[in-house]
Design a protein around this ligand. Structure first.
Ligand code: PLP
Length: 318
C-alpha cells in the first residue's frame, strides 16, 4: 500500500484504482467496475442507478440493503421495498413473480430485484445456481433489473466451486466487498456494463464517494483479489469446527447449517445470547447477540487456528 502508484481518481488518473476496477470487471466477465469506500455505498449507488423515485425494490426481509443500510433505499433512491420472507435469507422465483406489481396507477412500479449471496442473516447460506437462474428468467420476462449484494460472494464461490463468470452473466450489477472475508481495511466494487458504471460514477460523486488518491486503498484490494480468495476455505473449516463443538452443548438449541464463515446458533437455559457473549468477551473472544435467542460468530483471516483451538477449550468449560 505504501508503494502504490497513485493519482487523482476523481479525474480518473489513479492507476492503482483503474487496475483494481479492471481486475474486478474482468473476473466477472463484465465491461467496467467502480471502487467505493464501503459495501453500503456500492449497493446504494447500484440501486440508485436501477430505480426512479416511487419504484419498488424486491428483496428478502432480512436483506442487508433493507435492514442494515439506514433506510438508504428510501433516503437515496426514493423507492420502497417489498420484503419477502426467505429460507435462510434466500428467496425463490415463484415468490418474486408473485411480488411483481401489475401495471396499475395505484401500484408502485416494480423495477429491481436484489439478492444477497451469501446471506448474512441467513448464517452465510449460499444460493443454488438454478434458483438464481430462475429468478433471472422472471426478471427478464418482466423487465426488472437484477442486483447482487455480493459483499460475501467470494465465500459462496469458494464453498460451491462456481465460476464468477456465471454471476457476471446472471446479474445486471454486482457489488463485492473487499473489507469482509478478503481482509482489506476498506473498499467495495460495483460491477456492470460501461453505461451503467458511467452513471454509477456520477452517483458516487453525488454521494460524496469520489476519492482522490485512493490507490493506497486499491493496492490492498489488488493484493486481496490475488491472495485472499482461496484461503477463505480455512475460515469455512474453522466455522464448521466451532459449530460441531457448540452443537453438543446442552444450552445450544439449534445451530443453523454452516456453509461458509458465519455461524448462527440459538441458546436457552443456562445462557441468554447476552450472557453468553459477555462470558466469552471475558475470555477475549468476540461474538454478537443478534436476536433475543441467537448468537452469531464469524471467522476470518485474522482468526488463527490457535485462536480456534482456544475458543474450543473455552466452550468446553461452559
Ligand atoms: C457488510 C455487508 C454489506 C456492507 O458493507 P460495508 O462495507 O460494511 O458498508 C453489505 N451487504 C452485506 C451482506 C454485508 O454483509
Amino acid at each position: 500500500m505504501f508503494t502504490a502508484e497513485v493519482g487523482d481518481d476523481v479525474y480518473g488518473e489513479d492507476p492503482s484504482v483503474k487496475l483494481l476496477e479492471s481486475m474486478a470487471a474482468q473476473l466477472f466477465g463484465r465491461e467496467a467496475a467502480l471502487f467505493s469506500p464501503s459495501g453500503t455505498m456500492s449497493n446504494q449507488i447500484g440501486i440508485k442507478v436501477h430505480t426512479r423515485p416511487g419504484d419498488e425494490v424486491i428483496c428478502e426481509s432480512q436483506a442487508h440493503v433493507y435492514i442494515y443500510e439506514g433506510g438508504g433505499i428510501a433516503f437515496n433512491s426514493g423507492s420502497q421495498v417489498k420484503a419477502l420472507p426467505g429460507d435462510r435469507g434466500r428467496i425463490n422465483a415463484a415468490q418474486v413473480l408473485a411480488a411483481i406489481n401489475p401495471d396499475d396507477v395505484h401500484k408502485a412500479r416494480t423495477s429491481l430485484v436484489c439478492l444477497e449471496n451469501t446471506s448474512n442473516r441467513g448464517g452465510g447460506a449460499c444460493y443454488e445456481m438454478a434458483g438464481m437462474q430462475a429468478i433471472r428468467e422472471v426478471c427478464k420476462n418482466h423487465n426488472l433489473k437484477l442486483h447482487l449484494d455480493g459483499a460475501r460472494l467470494f465465500n459462496a464461490l469458494v464453498a460451491t466451486g462456481e465460476n464468477p463468470l456465471e454471476y457476471g452473466r446472471l446479474f445486471d450489477s454486482i457489488s463485492i466487498c473487499l473489507n469482509k472475508g478478503l481482509g482489506c481495511p476498506m473498499g467495495s466494487l460495483l460491477i456492470g456494463d460501461d453505461d451503467y458504471i458511467r452513471q454509477a460514477r456520477r452517483v458516487r460523486k453525488v454521494f460524496g464517494g469520489g476519492m482522490r488518491q485512493a490507490g493506497y486503498m486499491a493496492a490492498a484490494g489488488i493484493y486481496a483479489l490475488e491472495n485472499h480468495i482461496h484461503r477463505l476455505q480455512r475460515d469455512h473449516d474453522h466455522a464448521r469446527i466451532l459449530a460441531e463443538k457448540l452443537a453438543v452443548k446442552e444450552f445450544v438449541i439449534e445451530v443453523m447449517p454452516v456453509q461458509t464463515n458465519i455461524l448462527i446458533f440459538s441458546v436457552a437455559g443456562k445462557y441468554t445470547p447476552a450472557s453468553f457473549t459477555t462470558r466469552l468477551r471475558e475470555k477475549n473472544i468476540k461474538c454478537s447477540a443478534i436476536s433475543p435467542t441467537q448468537v452469531r460468530m464469524v471467522t476470518h483471516l485474522d482468526v488463527t487456528e490457535a485462536m480456534i483451538d482456544r475458543t474450543l477449550q473455552v466452550i468446553d468449560t461452559l
